[in-house]
Write a protein that binds this ligand. Structure first.
Ligand SMILES: [Zn+2]
Length: 101
């Protein structure tokens, strides 16, 4: 199960799975609305992969699709030396290691 940030993203990601031949469905707000407590506009759409055996494959695909953008604007941590590096750098200023994807 993958939780998207907003409905447009959910549909985009479902399209990615469709084109890879992985069947999926989008489930969302209604469930939250019915449970009470959580305002519908705060619910996030969920993408469910119909075939469990392809869930891992689907997750990998979705991860590739997520714009590095998800993390854009945030500092990242160098896997090599542990230094915190500002988002605009694509390599660690300290040791030169590439930014994680
Ligand atoms: Zn480093």
């Amino acid at each position: 199960m993958f939780v998207a940030q907003h409905p447009a993203e959910a549909h985009l990601l479902k399209g990615v799975l469709d084109s890879a031949g992985i069947e999926s469905e989008i489930r969302h707000e209604a469930l939250f609305g019915a449970s009470g407590g959580v305002p519908v506009n705060e619910a996030r759409p969920e993408i469910w992969v119909v075939d469990d055996e392809r869930a891992a494959e689907a997750a990998a695909l979705l991860r590739q699709q997520l714009p590095t953008g998800l993390e854009a604007g945030r500092p990242w941590r160098c896997a090599s030396c542990g230094e915190t590096v500002e988002a605009q750098f694509t390599a660690c200023w300290k040791c030169g290691a590439d930014a994680p994807l």
